[in-house]
Design a protein around this ligand. Structure first.
Ligand code: OAD
Length: 260
């Protein structure tokens, strides 16, 4: 590889050689699908997060203190056009996968991408056709039982408040991980294993500021992986990356796919 080779071609050559390619994905991938990111200009937390603590209805402690009151307030917020939860729900309900999601699905279908570790809860990887997806922060379309950990589609929510697991009568919460909530151990373990076994990891549209997800590329690197970042901005993970593809993921990922 010569010094003059373009970064996309360099990345394509690395990806083509990889035996165990993974991708760690963040909100930036879904930005061009119309879903706001969390940080940076216009980000959800930039606009709405109080100086201290979690935004209303997003704290795990608040949920466990009174699950019935939480569910009642959540369902009300989802139908109140002035509430940020309603506005986010509208954005995600209307979103469709963009060319970046579709390129990742193609990489999997071509046998190149082993799995996606996504911090996004928007279900757009599945909508794009990706199958091997670890959702480290959960999925907005699912409920999770806090007792038996079974996940079920949200539309199976029971009429009781708080909703109960039909298998074990445990308490159901949204699968989405809340502020102050530990990552479910089964998912965290699978993410760590995927990172450790990677020989190349794409870091797509993440600010790399939220642990434990942000530590996964470092775990991969410790185990010998090459890191390739795809982001219009530098992040705290940039110094650890072997290559940075600077730009929006919905443009760069299709270029990468077409260069392999
Ligand atoms: P952030 O909002 O922290 O970061 C978004 C990143 O996407 C930034 O680095 C942007 O530069 C980049 N970006 C913006 N537009 C992009 C584009 N078109 N293509 C590629 N990159 C772009 O989002 P996350 O890193 O995903 O947790 O945030 C991590 C977690 O923080 C989220 O999963 C969420 C939040 O608290 C939970 O909800 C549990």
């Amino acid at each position: 590889m010569t010094q003059t080779t373009q970064p996309i071609q360099q990345a394509a050559a690395i990806v083509a050689r990889a035996h165990r390619l993974t991708a760690l994905v963040g909100a930036g991938l879904s930005a061009s699908s119309g879903i706001p990111t969390y940080r940076g200009p216009g980000g959800l937390w930039t606009r709405q997060r109080p100086r201290q603590g979690a935004p209303p209805l997003l704290s795990y402690q608040e949920f466990v203190r009174d699950p019935a009151a939480w569910w009642q307030a959540r369902l009300a917020a989802e139908t109140d056009p002035s509430h940020p939860i309603y506005q986010m729900k509208q954005a995600v309900d209307q979103a469709a996968p963009n060319p970046g999601h579709l390129a990742l699905a193609q990489l999997e279908q071509r046998g190149i991408l082993h799995c996606i570790i996504t911090q996004n809860v928007d279900n757009l990887h599945a909508a794009a056709g990706s199958r091997a997806v670890l959702e480290i922060h959960g999925n907005r379309n699912r409920l999770r039982c806090l007792q038996c950990h079974r996940r079920t589609p949200r539309n199976t929510q029971t009429p009781q408040n708080p909703p109960q697991c039909q298998q074990c009568n445990g308490l159901l919460k949204l699968d989405t991980v809340m502020f102050g909530e530990p990552i479910p151990p089964d998912v965290l373990q699978a993410c760590r294993q995927a990172a450790e076994q990677s020989d190349c990891m794409l870091l797509v549209g993440t600010s790399g500021t939220v642990n434990p997800a942000a530590r996964l590329p470092l775990l991969a690197k410790e185990n010998g992986a090459t890191l390739i970042e795809i982001n219009p901005e530098a992040t705290p993970l940039t110094p650890w990356c072997d290559l940075s593809l600077t730009g929006p993921a919905d443009a760069i990922l299709p270029q990468l796919l077409n260069s392999i």
